[in-house]
Each structure stands twice: as structure tokens, then as C-alpha cells.
Ligand binder design. Structure first.
Ligand SMILES: Cc1cc2nc3c(=O)[nH]c(=O)nc-3n(C[C@H](O)[C@H](O)[C@H](O)COP(=O)(O)O)c2cc1C
Length: 221
């Protein structure tokens, strides 16, 4: 698979089969993703790869919290700006509407937040989740590095025939996650990335993108 194909075919998949992902595949992906760039080569990420019994137990604990309507642990970083302004607000709303439709959750369903949280804590059925942490001392530059790293991981998963879903939602239950993986207080959870094979009959969700005229300015190019 060439890099264009990997980028085009990557999407947030929210229905995984329970087919396990071999450990050697994960090792190959993560060893290669380590080539991702980082400012000053700090490589500021730390990843916990969770599968099998420990993941089943984590899903059980986190889903119990989600279904109980638990509002989650105090946030360590805001998921979004306090005030989301256009055009970001419009993009957010459009993607959310598409996502809920694909998940079969009605727009005016009062149980929607709980149902969405519980689907996330089930990792959408994925057999493995990669939890990406950063050292608490790291700043915005290093968070950017972690984003580049995770995109590299997700593209390499495509090259292995696998799909993924990055999930900030896990940060709502970050204490449960940190206890499960053994992360200490010096680390901040950025997000989880669920990974696995896509379920065969999963609805295809292809989110839109702004045109490059909206997001790119060529200057002298
Ligand atoms: C850092 C990050 C966190 C995300 N968190 C979630 C999440 O908690 N749950 C979810 O279903 N999707 C999550 N997504 C997926 C986005 O909704 C998705 O990438 C976006 O709508 C574009 O769709 P696409 O990736 O399918 O092209 C996240 C994506 C990123 C990059």
C-alpha cells in the first residue's frame, strides 16, 4: 500500500471484529512509527498497548462508569476550546451528525451521551487499544509531536490491513485507564487508539473535509 492509499483509506472506524491483532504486527508498527519526527527528537510519547484480559477488565470498569452516567474524571486538558467558533463549530456539528447516524443513535435521544460514552469505552469492539501518554512536563510543541506519531501509527496499521479509531473519550475515565496500565501521576493521557480489523457489515462513514482553498494559503508557491 502506498502512502497516498494509506492516508485515503484511514478513517475512524467504530465497528471492529474481535479477531486479535498479532503481537508481532503491533511491534512492527510501533518500531517503525518510532521514526516519526519530534522537535529536538524528544520522542515525548509513551504508549501502553492493552489487549486480552487486561483490556476486557478495563472495558468492563470504564463502561460501568459510562452507563452509570458518571461525568468522568476532572479533565487534564480541554477536549475543545471553551468557545468553538465558526468554521470549526460547523465542521464539528456536521461530523457529529454523521457519526451519530452511523452509530444508529437518534439526535434527540436523551440517552445519547451515555450511549456514545459506552460505545467508546467498549473501544467499538476493538481487541487492542494503544493509550498514548505524555510526560506532564511537556508543552504544546510536544503534544503536536504526539499527534504526528499517532498518525504515523494509524497509517502503518493501514499498511497491515488494520483500522483504528483515535479516542479522546478515554480521558473522561483517565483514572480507570491509568490504574489499569500502571501509569503514574507524572504522565498525562492524550488519547486511546483502538485498533483491529473492521467488522464486515460495518456502515461506511466517510467524513467530509474543507477544501484546501479554505485551509491552505500558497505564498509565492
Ligand atoms: C485526537 C483525536 C481524538 C478523537 N477522539 C474521538 C473519540 O473520543 N471518539 C470517536 O468516536 N472519535 C474520535 N476521534 C475521531 C474523529 O471524530 C475523526 O477523526 C474525525 O471526525 C474525522 O473522521 P475520519 O477520521 O473518519 O476521517 C478523534 C480523533 C482525534 C484525532
Amino acid at each position: 500500500m502506498d502512502v497516498y492509499e494509506a492516508v485515503r483509506s484511514r478513517r475512524a472506524v467504530r465497528a471492529f471484529s474481535d479477531e486479535p491483532v498479532p503481537r508481532e504486527v503491533l511491534e512492527r508498527v510501533l518500531a517503525t512509527a518510532a521514526r516519526a519526527p519530534s522537535s529536538g527528537n524528544l520522542q515525548p510519547w509513551h504508549v501502553y498497548v492493552v489487549a486480552g484480559g487486561p483490556l476486557a477488565e478495563l472495558k468492563r470498569r470504564a463502561t460501568a462508569r459510562a452507563l452509570a452516567g458518571d461525568p468522568g474524571d476532572e479533565r487534564e486538558y480541554p477536549m475543545y476550546p471553551a468557545e468553538l467558533v465558526p468554521p470549526y463549530l460547523d465542521r464539528f456539528s456536521a461530523a457529529a451528525a454523521q457519526r451519530y447516524e452511523a452509530l444508529g443513535i437518534e439526535r434527540d435521544d436523551p440517552g445519547r451521551p451515555m450511549k456514545v460514552a459506552a460505545l467508546n469505552t467498549e473501544a467499538f469492539g476493538a481487541p487492542v487499544v494503544l493509550f498514548c501518554y505524555l510526560d506532564r512536563t511537556m508543552g504544546p510543541g510536544q503534544w503536536g509531536d504526539a499527534g504526528m506519531y499517532l498518525q504515523t501509527v494509524m497509517l502503518l496499521l493501514r499498511a497491515e490491513g488494520l483500522h483504528s479509531c483515535p479516542q479522546v473519550m478515554w480521558t473522561m475515565y483517565r483514572r480507570t485507564v491509568s490504574r489499569a496500565v500502571g501509569a503514574d501521576d507524572g504522565l498525562v493521557l492524550f488519547c486511546g487508539v483502538s485498533a483491529g480489523f473492521e467488522k464486515e457489515d460495518a456502515p461506511l462513514l466517510r467524513t467530509g473535509r474543507a477544501s484546501i482553498g479554505e485551509t491552505v494559503s500558497f505564498v509565492g508557491a
